[in-house]
Design a protein around this ligand. Structure first.
Ligand code: HEC
Ligand code: CU
Length: 350
């Protein structure tokens, strides 16, 4: 009875664990549902190594159980020390050669993929984006285009986009599991990688290197749209008029407050080298505030009034005059109007 209960418990435990873990596979945030070149290569290698390891596990378990059953002490048998054998040349050779062969089977495709993913030969003919990791947000500078965005990286589908990556402070790691593998960004040197998305979509990214108290909140997105939509987006972003007057009385007051309250010292609207805080040119087209909150006015007001309670240790806290809720609301009205492009995450199917 007791043994049966134990088995039942184990089964329930593993069953519910499997059920809970199956919830982890969020479609746009899973290396196991690849939607890009690098992620597809990685999954191929994951499957290859998993199959080989499973094969080794099964063989070892068969040998182990066979030995346990065949050579166990039988009923009535006396204690004795079996004949000692060692140095069997054939056996020694077999169990040295098999692992070597298995390792070669894993190593050849792994090394090939590593070189393939590091290929930069087409970089000068393609779209290049300078990526900067900052505590706790990402900045994207489209080289040669005078376009900067933060949090959302727009790319065309079916094309390789080359990323030249660094950090402005500590080490971060750029990881969009459904599109590609991870790449560290360092303050001292530039790392490079390319990404290619097969399908339109909004793909979620995470910082994969512990970088401070809000490391887990350093989320971002790749927004992959068709090449035609991407060209349109570039066109729209280039034609932004940063001075454009907001529509409606409260938004206009918000615009004035934005200019008076030190916000412009860190946040650019339009193309600008300013990089202390996220570029807000297309803030009205975001699907989240600060990369993590649902995009709505209430959350935006909370962020403007008290960013510390949302992202501890962020670099905005305390650097501007205190604002009343009314003032924050007016600024929110203004920022939510910043919609320079007809191409938005909705076009990518979000
Ligand atoms: C000292 C520089 C600095 C000042 C001044 C500043 N901010 Fe920020 N702001 C930042 C940084 C840095 C972030 C990114 C925080 C993070 O995500 O860790 C940020 C984030 C934001 C975001 C979220 C952006 C996004 O991409 O989702 C908004 C909105 C914002 N700030 C509005 C304002 C407003 C409004 C003011 C003025 C009242 C202001 N900021 C003043 C540095 C600053
Ligand atoms: Cu980070």
């Amino acid at each position: 009875m007791k043994g049966w209960m134990g088995k039942f418990r184990a089964l329930t435990l593993f069953g519910s664990l499997a059920l809970i873990l199956s919830g982890c596979g969020q479609e746009n945030l899973s290396a196991l549902i690849p939607k890009g070149y690098g992620a597809e290569k990685s999954l191929d290698l994951i499957i290859l190594t998993a199959v080989i390891m499973l094969f080794v596990l099964i063989i070892v378990m068969i040998l182990y159980v066979t030995v346990l059953v065949r050579f166990r002490k039988k009923k009535g048998q006396k204690d004795f020390i079996p004949k000692q054998v060692e140095g069997n040349k054939t056996l020694e050779t077999i169990w040295t050669v098999i692992p070597i062969v298995l390792l070669i089977i894993i190593a050849v495709p792994t090394v090939t993929a590593t070189f393939d993913l590091a290929d930069q030969s087409e970089a000068s003919k393609s779209l290049n984006v300078e990526v900067t990791g900052n505590q706790y947000w990402w900045h994207f500078n489209y080289e040669g285009e005078e376009i900067q965005t933060s949090q959302d990286l727009y790319i065309p589908t079916g094309e390789r986009v080359y990323l030249n990556m660094k950090s402005s402070d500590v080490i971060h790691s750029f990881w969009v599991p459904a599109i590609s593998g991870k790449m560290d960004v360092n303050p001292e040197n530039e790392n490079t990688m390319f990404i290619e998305a097969y399908e339109e979509g909004v793909y979620y990214g995470k910082c994969a290197e512990l970088c401070g108290p809000s490391h887990a909140l350093m989320d971002f997105k790749i927004i992959a749209v068709s090449p035609e939509e991407f060209d349109q987006w570039v066109e729209d972003m280039k034609n932004v008029d940063p001075e454009a007057v907001a529509e409606g009385e409260t938004a206009q007051q918000g615009q004035a407050l934005f200019q008076e309250s030190n916000c412009m010292g860190c946040h650019a609207i339009g193309s600008s080298p300013v990089q202390v805080g996220p570029n807000l040119t297309n803030f009205g087209e975001r699907t989240q505030v600060a990369g993590i909150l649902d995009y709505n006015k209430e959350n935006l007001i909370s962020w403007i009034m008290d960013p510390e309670s949302i992202k501890p240790g962020n670099k905005m806290t305390g650097k501007y005059p205190d604002l009343s809720e009314e003032e924050a609301s007016k600024i929110a009205d203004y920022l939510m109007q910043l919609k320079p492009s007809s191409i938005t995450p909705e076009d990518a199917g979000k």
